[in-house]
Design a protein around this ligand. Structure first.
Ligand code: CP
Ligand code: NVA
Length: 304
């Protein structure tokens, strides 16, 4: 069976754990994996801009001994030039796997239905699984066993917190999230996360007041208030985020030495201040660097 990586909710706890374990082995000794995907070619099909996901997946593929081809928004024009289902069948006859970044999550799902090669979600409006698995890796590196830790997400109820909800509830870690009521994660996402949490023994909690949510936290995570594709509603949406900026005052409510995380790109002066980004608490660049070993492990999980 083709192993896709489209939503963290599709993977079993053991599978997530084994990708994380392999990421650790890869980070420790990258040379041991240098020929693992020799003669394989990965296609990146992106409808939206990207720096980290684009570069890290291509370098990951190269360092595993393979090749990659990038198709930006102007190259492929999914649905405009030809239907996704045609594209998927043509492309999967040439290539060994794909990373897709799309507006609609359904585009990735449809592509995967018609592709007999693995499809990795490189961000959709619904989720960003490669990012969040990599972030769990960073949190474990920094904080050890996350079962003993208080991890708090503050901000928009978007693709990032959706993937966090799936990852944490599957892996048995507690998660507290604080979003404006109007921009909370959907009832559908919460239902899935609560089902996982029941099975894994974790606790998913909403705390509407960001200051209360952050009290005593070991890690505070935020993301942009306006995601790619939401530019038209930007000014209206931002009005709802008063009190949600992660500034030094908010971060002081967390534990001393708490880590600050952001998937990047960050909008300094909106969801986070420059001071917090540059503070000792901030691990955002280590977080970005860890995309590489974790994406190698994801590629090996899917393609090998
Ligand atoms: N965090 C992240 O996915 O960054 P890019 O949008 O630059 O790929
Ligand atoms: N929520 C953001 C994440 C960017 C990596 C977006 O979708 O634009």
């Amino acid at each position: 069976m083709t192993r896709h990586f489209i939503s963290l909710n599709d993977l079993k706890k053991d599978e997530l754990r084994s990708i994380l374990d392999r990421s650790r082995a890869i980070k420790k000794n990258p040379d041991a994996f240098s020929g693992a995907l020799r003669q394989k070619t990965l296609g990146l099909i992106f409808e939206k801009p990207s720096l980290r996901t684009h570069v890290s997946f291509r370098v990951a593929m190269y360092e595993l001994g393979g090749e990659s081809l990038y198709f930006g928004p102007a190259d492929v024009q999914m649905e405009k030039r030809e239907p996704v289902k045609d594209l998927a069948r043509v492309m999967s006859s040439y290539l060994d796997g794909f990373v897709l970044r799309t507006f609609k999550h359904e585009t990735i799902q449809e592509f995967a239905r018609y592709s007999d090669r693995p499809v990795i979600n490189g961000l959709s409006d619904f989720s960003h699984p490669a990012q969040i698995l990599s972030d769990v890796f960073t949190m474990e590196e920094k904080l050890g066993d996350l079962k003993k830790r208080k991890i708090v997400y503050v901000g928009d109820g978007n693709n990032i917190v959706t993937s966090m909800l799936f990852a944490f509830s599957k892996l048995g870690f507690d998660l507290i999230y604080s979003t404006p009521k109007r921009f909370a994660p959907s009832a559908y996402v919460l239902r899935l996360a609560q089902l996982n949490a029941k099975k894994s023994g974790s606790k998913i909690t909403t705390v509407w007041d960001p200051a209360k949510a952050v009290e005593g936290a070991d890690a505070v995570y935020t993301d942009v208030w306006v995601s790619m594709g939401e530019e038209k509603i930007a000014s209206e949406k931002k009005k709802h985020f008063k009190g949600f900026q992660v500034d030094s005052k908010l971060l002081k409510l967390a534990k001393k030495g708490a880590i600050f995380m952001h998937c990047l790109p960050a909008h300094r002066g909106e969801e986070v201040t420059d001071e917090v980004m540059e503070s000792k608490n901030s691990v955002v660049f280590e977080q970005a660097a860890n995309r590489l070993p974790v994406e190698k492990a994801i590629l090996l999980y899917c393609i090998k």
